[in-house]
Write a protein of this length. Structure first.
Length: 340
């Protein structure tokens, strides 16, 4: 029996919820029995019954916070290591003090883990800088996987009368909506065509130049429809590590790729690992006018179609749930059979 833990779950929406649901699908397909624990605070982690925890064969954490602060060190813990949790920071003063005081214990827990699955090399290197003693028999860099069962090649053309851009993210400072809006405004100026910017937040963004449409917390079906109709997914996340935030990988890049929608991202955090510049999307060093101008000058009908095709094929070939299925077979099923 496996304990699966996560801080986000339905009816919450977002990256960690999608991650959890995808892992559940893989566990069920492999016939691995599990119990889900949806924790909502570190207090709930600390109060988790020790005798119950000890009764599981494995603990699989969608967010490594559970392992950092769980009451006992289980011998078979597998962590997904995402990003912000390893910065040991919180905007809340009391939480920030708590994380700093327990940092050494948290690092020790990572070193005691059965396996740590880092979603990007950037995340791995960040934790090393924080004091992790790396061990390549334990620490794995394994990029995110997404459910591709609803994939559909949705053709868009660079020559379409209206260009559509989408950002699927919460309205938080490091997601950089201001930068996204400025980028869209610049593209409208350069192209002389209408540009629509699609968001999924409850905040009503405004612009004197472009059309901005907002969809409040769409379900997965509606989100997929929005991703499919957009010409570009844009994710201009900023490195706010000092404030406790950076982009570990950018799962939405692969979710957009399921519909042949390539991404334009900043060279921030793990995003350059998620988007292969000039092949499956584009990575910009910054959003200065000269950089945006250079990107726009690259664009034409053939280049857009080539990158869209490669984005679609690469997503299906390299980021489907089959990757996690093979990983869990090796980490859990094969290991279990070895000792039985």
């Amino acid at each position: 029996m496996l304990l699966l833990t996560t801080p986000d779950y339905l009816p919450q929406v977002g990256g960690l919820t999608s991650h959890t649901l995808n892992v559940e699908k893989v566990l069920k397909e492999l016939g691995i029995e599990y119990e889900l624990f949806h924790w909502k605070s570190y207090r709930e982690i600390l109060s988790y019954p020790k005798n119950k925890l000890a009764g599981f064969d494995y603990v699989l954490n969608i967010h490594s916070g559970f392992h950092m602060y769980m009451p006992i060190s289980h011998p078979k813990v597998i962590n997904f290591v995402n990003g912000a949790e390893i910065l040991f920071y919180s905007p809340n003063l009391l939480k920030r003090v708590f994380k700093q005081l327990t940092k050494k214990k948290a690092l020790r827990r990572f070193e005691e883990a059965f396996y740590n699955i880092f979603i990007s090399e950037y995340t791995f290197n960040t934790l090393i800088k924080k004091g992790l003693k790396e061990d390549f028999s334990r620490d794995i860099i394994f990029h995110m996987a997404v459910d591709t069962k609803n994939e559909k090649y949705c053709e868009k053309k660079w020559s379409d009368l209206t260009l559509k851009f989408i950002t699927v993210a919460r309205d938080v400072p490091h997601k950089n909506f201001k930068g996204a809006i400025r980028f869209c405004e610049k593209i409208q100026e350069l192209s002389g065509r209408p540009v629509e910017f699609i968001t999924v937040t409850d905040k009503k963004f405004t612009s004197d130049h472009i059309d901005i449409t907002s969809h409040l917390n769409p379900d997965n079906k509606k989100r997929d429809e929005l991703l499919a109709e957009a010409h570009f997914n844009i994710l201009f996340s900023l490195d706010h590590s000092r404030k406790g935030f950076f982009e570990g990988f950018g799962q939405i890049v692969q979710e957009a790729g399921c519909f042949a929608t390539p991404s334009v991202v900043l060279a921030s955090g793990g995003l350059p690992e998620s988007v292969h510049d000039g092949e499956t999307g584009w990575v910009l060093a910054d959003l200065e006018d000269k950089r945006v101008n250079a990107w726009y000058e690259l664009m034409n009908e053939d280049h857009y179609r080539t990158v869209s095709d490669m984005c679609y094929r690469h997503t299906l070939d390299s980021h489907g749930l089959d990757n996690w299925r093979r990983l869990f077979e090796k980490l859990i099923l094969n290991e279990k059979n070895t000792y039985e």
